[in-house]
Design a protein around this ligand. Sequence first.
Ligand code: EPZ
Length: 421
Amino acid sequence: MKKLVIYGEKKLQGEQIVQGSKNACLPIIVATILTKGENVLYRCPHLNDTISACKILTMLGCSTKINTDCLIINTKNMYGNEISKYLMNKMRSSIIFLGAMLARCGEAVVYYPGGCNIGSRPIDFHIKALKKMGVHIKKNGEKLYCKLKNSKIKGAKIQLPFPSVGATENVILAAATATGTTTIENAAIEPEIEDLCAYLNRCGAKIKILKNNLNIITIEGVEKLNSCEYTIMPDRIVAATIFSAVAATAGEVLLKSVDEKHLTHILNILNQMGCKIKKYNKNNIYLKSNEHLKAVDHIRTLPHPGFPTDLQPIVMALSCIANGTTVFIETIFENRFRHVPELKKFGAIIEVKDKIAVTKGTPSLTAANVYATDLRGGAALIVAALKAKGISKIYNLQYIDRGYENVEGQFFKLGADIFRK
Ligand code: EPZ
């Protein structure tokens, strides 16, 4: 089994260009289905999940070509409308194909999606919303047979019980070329959703995001969408992971090609912990850490614009070496503390009760052999291992590879002694 071998206690230093966002590029790859033409996506990260999305497109009859600087997708000759159980199980975003396939083909056969095991992750909001838009859905075990009642999807008023990222994306994809206007109330308004809407609007869609108390997205259906060239947003969680690793090792880094407005939470926290931050401009941010980090009091995960759940494990790793106590309250996923037993193997002091975890910082960690339990939990283990005294080994790299492009290369470039063996 391949593992990351990390020789800890090395200060990270240097410059890094941040990769494109996984959670933005996946729905945009799916959205190309609606355009019936050739799309060129720049800053598309090379990840297991992007490869899985391309495999699904190929299965549907589309062509994909991965170049060093872009992904080219041609959806003109798409003919399929069924995704295999194997590919559906590869990742969570496979379910987003449903809205797009229904809009393009009028019918679709899919299975329940896979993805990181961080909670039960049902798809009831997706199903309920699509039904309201005129889709007939028949379930047979894990298999879903979906078909439009009329020739086109019809716009509808959707009220999401919770601002689900995936459900919001599915509705947007279904609605972009529907008849009439769709409104999503209590929509997710994460930056990755904004990126999807920006891509679709460039293709000719009419989507507006109203960021008021209700977080409403309106989608006025258009007859057709054109293909386009688009640059995916930088990955805010990867940027935060690099900043956290640098902070843990008392290093310094200049991150390039980031978007400052997506990094408010992590920069506030690192600032409170005692790191110096200099914003050269909104795309280039420098961070310098010191040996003595101060713990922040508490962190509560919330839908955007609140603190992102994807950052919780990574900031937790950092809190384990900061002076003081931090209380983490996880409100999005019920099973998102699976990294805790692994972090404890480094000597971290953490107590968990239901959705609350409390860390008590210790000045040093010792190397350990640990197992990634999910993507961001795996990233947290890298942060801890880079700080820990001795040689750590991290197993289950398939999780980390879902979201971090050449993860060992990224940290090696900053001076870490990190190898995949
Ligand atoms: C997306 O997952 C991201 N994944 C996750 O990132 C991220 O943690 C999450 O949004 C929250 O920000 C992708 O974009 C591919 P949700 P998603 O639907 O869409 C409940 C990572 O590490 N819910 O917003 O699956 C659900 O159980 C990944 O990159 C329902 O009850 O998340 C959860 O408690 C992990 N019914 C909450 O809503 C539904 O039909 C939020 O889930 C849908 C969701």
